[in-house]
Design a protein around this ligand. Sequence first.
Ligand code: NIG
Ligand code: FE
Length: 436
Amino acid sequence: MVLGIGELTTNAPEAVGVDPVDDPTGVVRDAALLLDGGRVAWAGPESACAAGVEEVLGRAPDRVVEVEGRAVLPGFVDAHTHLVFAGDRAAEFEARMAGRPYEAGGIRSTVAATRAASDDALRAGLARHLDEAARQGTTTVEVKSGYGLTVADEERSVRLAREVTPEVTFLGAHVVPAEYAGRADEYVDLVCGDMLAACAPHARWVDVFCETGAFTPEQSRRVLEAGAAAGLGVRLHAGQLGPGEGVRLAVELGAAAVDHCTYLTDDDVAALAGSWTDAGSATGGTSPGATSRGGTRPDRTRPDGTRPDGTTGTVATLLPGVEFSTRQPYPDARRLLDAGAVVALASDCNPGSSYTSSMPLCVALAVREMRMTVAEAVWSATAGGALALRRDDVGHLAPGARADVVLLDAPSRTHLAYRPGVPHVAAVWQDGVRVP
Ligand code: NIG
Ligand code: FE
């Protein structure tokens, strides 16, 4: 495999996510992959690669990397993190493991630490966590604000996030900060007014924590509509601690994703599934790599190859690190998939509810605890995450995709779940460049 001009991968028994030939899960055995100029130039069975490479490159590749029976897959797309923060909450985690419940209010202690931190301390934390994620195979990351909760601190958070990723989400409506206690609507005025104006230039998305103890559906709607009017795409936290109206609000507003989805009613499940088959509505932010039709790839929206042509739906992004770290019941991915919803997996990396950057851990938990097949879980952690960000350039290895590649030190993707906790990632290429 891989870098620069015309480098070729040979002998990979699996390349997950290349355009399906016969196998609808997108696995090509004994595959080869050609990367050229930061893009996938050709992918397919090794037996066809000499002719394929000659056709697209017109000459032999500059370098051949033999991967010797190991599996290659697209870089993970982690479409939900909160990486602009300072401090940690290990004591809160310890108390929780001793029986205390998780509460949204814990967010405020990270807000205090984040406000007190320098720009450079926040940058260093971001770099450390992104590096940690990259070494575990994550090549695309969404980063939210939400631990500043003043105009200046939120603006700083999205600005610093924008230094490391185009997938920046303004989450000024994370919780009501202590200084606005009892005045939530006034805080929402601030979020929709000066805070949004300061943050929108740095962000692609707007998000709200729609939950008891955070923001009501009415307050959430105000923030999301204001964000959309400012040109941001919509996403939402909902159904983490109990059922509510957030999921249906997300679908109604054409959100790219609604995240957590631990507690869902039958109506929520039907709305999520229907969003992919009903005539599509969409708000989507703009960024390099976003597709004009909002990122739907009808040929790869579901692992079973179903093709809901031309519609753009709301992805249910499940975050199993949260249930692991808060001892909540896991979301039922099977129920969503069987209903026809599109599921993504993400880490939700944050110091409170899910302090892990590991997408392999999320895959293993999804398979073991959420009734997903291995193929579904890997798809959801790659192509599903891309759909949740309305991107069609990442999350797969078809020709034209960004050259974001993970080489596993294992013969198949199954080992991600079969051998949990083992460091499987042998090498990562991001944009065709080997991550050190
Ligand atoms: O996605 N649910 C809201 N926000 C985060 C938790 C943040 C925290 O506890 O600090 C989440 O789980
Ligand atoms: Fe979150």
